[in-house]
Write a new protein. Structure first.
Length: 86
């Protein structure tokens, strides 16, 4: 296991979260990093979609591709169970 230096404030926050959740500080840190990675991924994805929408030609192509995929929903196959959950 590697050692990680943190600020006193970060260590205090990790310790408090560990006490509140009953989880080891390592687990709290792992979960925090995982959540941060997801946030960054979604942020970048939103930026990419904004750039796509800002390009009228590219956005029109995207919409055309979505229409093609939507047609596959009526291909006569039985819908997966999860699609009925809504």
């Amino acid at each position: 296991m590697a050692t990680l230096r943190t600020s006193d404030t970060t260590h205090k926050n990790l310790k408090e979260l560990s006490i509140l959740t009953g989880l080891p500080m390592q687990t709290v840190l792992d979960q925090a990093i995982s959540a941060y990675q997801k946030d960054i991924f979604l942020e970048k994805l939103n930026e990419d979609f904004a750039a796509l929408r800002a390009n009228p030609k590219a956005w029109q192509e995207e919409q055309g591709e979505r229409e093609l995929w939507e047609q596959s929903l009526s291909d006569g196959l039985i819908s997966p169970e999860w699609s009925d959950a809504g």
